[in-house]
Design a binder for this molecule. Structure first.
Ligand code: B12
Length: 302
């Protein structure tokens, strides 16, 4: 990116849009040069060019220009018309840390993602970082993806960086009596990775099998490891395989506690003995037995 200030047509050429588009973005969304020179032609500096390049990338991915401009300028995102409204990403009203992380993800800035995630984990610990920073950013990006069909590469990059950050938590030396697994074909493993890291931070070791654990493999892992506690994660209805919960409950010796985590289990009739934590804090509390935890009764869950 050029360091010297550029004219509108030079900036348009560099970013790869028509100069009329640049002027429209300025007039409609206030995406003009930040420092305005009175009496002279307005010049675009490096920060302006970076914003324009981000705007161009988002629009190129199918994000509505008004929404893209709001992302770039850090303003509340207007509701998208294309998704029927109401699914806009309200990143502008999120905390500055969530905004910073989300923006770094949108720019595909891996180094910044690693810096922010590593710094937050070191400073605030896993529980607070996941609950207040990582989960909100993921949910924002997920909504944006649902509204536009774009940003799959953004989801992949932030997921990878979150995994890397969570995996660097120090591992306890105690024997692992807890088994964490996603259900068959369930690729959403991050919440379980957060649980493993939060438990490690609390001094509790786990065996984390991760994504897509088929029924045979889960049965075998339970048979061989004989865990006291099993947590099965399902993110979507399609992967809420109640049979896998039944398999775990049928193991001998049976685990003392079986948890079903994730929104996939919502509205699904679960075996009576299964507990249903609703947050990372609740799951940590149930597993460690260290916090007074209120968990919903079993049966059909909402
Ligand atoms: C990252 C991501 C991915 C990554 C996953 C990487 C990884 N290693 O995990 C990748 C790119 C692989 C992926 C793939 C897919 N994804 Co995806 N993904 C997401 C995203 C952005 C975040 C997922 C996540 O980690 N969520 C965890 C937390 C942050 O969210 P949550 O579970 O809703 O949190 C609530 C509770 O669970 C609780 N909570 C939060 N944390 C914790 C922790 C614990 C321990 C507990 C107990 C509770 C708890 O609090 C929250 C509020 O109630 C979501 C968006 C979203 N809203 O989640 C989409 C999302 C889940 N994905 C979606 C889809 C459709 C897919 C795909 C099918 C896309 C495709 N067409 O290929 C595939 C494959 C899915 C499969 N078969 O498993 C949809 C699901 C829609 C649905 N309900 O059916 C979502 C919601 C995006 C969307 N809005 O469309 N995805």
């Amino acid at each position: 990116m050029a360091e010297e200030a550029l004219t509108a047509s030079e900036a348009a050429r560099l970013v790869g849009v028509a100069v009329t588009t640049l002027r429209t973005w300025d007039r409609r969304y206030g995406l003009g040069p930040e420092s305005r020179q009175t009496g002279k032609h307005r010049r675009y500096g490096p920060a302006d060019l970076r914003r324009l390049a981000e705007m161009q990338r988002l629009v190129g991915q199918g994000v509505a220009p008004a929404q893209a401009a709001a992302w770039v300028l850090g303003r509340p995102i207007p509701a998208a018309r294309r998704d029927g409204g109401g699914h806009a990403v309200a990143v502008g009203s999120a905390g500055p840390a969530v905004r910073g992380l989300t923006r770094a993800a949108l720019r595909l800035d891996a180094a910044e993602l690693r810096r922010i995630i590593g710094g937050a984990l070191a400073q605030d610990g896993v529980l607070a970082t996941w609950t207040e920073l990582l989960a909100p950013a993921l949910i924002h990006i997920g909504r944006k993806h649902a509204a536009t069909g774009a940003l799959v590469e953004v989801e992949h990059l932030i997921s990878k960086e979150i995994s890397v950050g969570l995996a660097t938590t120090e591992w306890p030396s105690s024997a692992a009596r807890i088994l964490l697994a996603c259900t068959d074909e369930e690729q959403h493993s991050l919440a379980l990775e957060a649980l493993a890291a939060a438990l490690a931070e609390a001094g509790v070791a786990t065996r984390l099998l991760g994504a897509r654990v088929p029924p045979d493999a889960l049965r075998e892992a339970v048979r061989r490891a004989g865990p006291d506690i099993v947590v099965l994660w399902s993110q979507t209805r399609e992967t809420a395989h109640v049979g896998q919960l039944a398999d775990v409950l049928a193991a001998r010796p049976a685990p003392k506690l079986v948890l079903a985590g994730g929104p996939g289990w919502d509205g699904v009739r679960l075996p009576e003995a299964v507990r249903r934590p609703r947050s990372l804090a609740e799951a940590v509390g149930l597993v460690t037995g260290r916090q007074p935890i209120e968990s919903s009764p079993s049966g059909v869950r909402r």
